[in-house]
Write a protein that binds this ligand. Structure first.
Ligand SMILES: Nc1ncnc2c1ncn2[C@@H]1O[C@H](COP(=O)(O)OP(=O)(O)OP(=O)(O)O)[C@@H](O)[C@H]1O
Ligand SMILES: [Mg+2]
Length: 87
């Protein structure tokens, strides 16, 4: 049987994609943990913007950060159903 190459999901952060050998595994759930100001939200938004750039549907669920922090970016997400999620 031929082996199948699984296409990685590019995160939108080139250095991280390199460390991950191309990106995240599709269909997996990832939990990003770090102290305040370490870049969790920035990484999540970069991930979603990469999806938008690629014509994918994305969804941002923000439970603690106030909406204005995401500025106009969040407006681009609001009417879409999702293939990429960041919570
Ligand atoms: N618009 C901006 N311009 C410049 N620096 C910013 C901007 N937004 C965030 N930062 C800085 O980038 C770094 C990462 O911020 P980010 O909000 O991604 O961290 P975080 O891990 O999500 O923090 P928290 O746990 O408080 O939600 C912080 O030092 C923050 O002050
Ligand atoms: Mg945050």
């Amino acid at each position: 049987m031929m082996s199948q190459v699984v296409q990685r999901v590019v995160t939108g952060t080139p250095g991280l994609d390199k460390m991950l050998h191309g990106g995240l595994w599709p269909g997996r759930l990832y939990l990003l943990i770090g102290p305040p100001g370490s870049g969790k939200t920035t990484l999540a938004v970069q991930f979603l913007l990469e999806g938008v750039k690629r014509g994918e549907n994305v969804l941002l669920v923000a439970l603690t950060s106030p909406r204005p922090r995401y500025g106009r970016t969040s407006d681009r997400f609001s009417a879409r159903t999702s293939t990429r999620y960041a919570c």
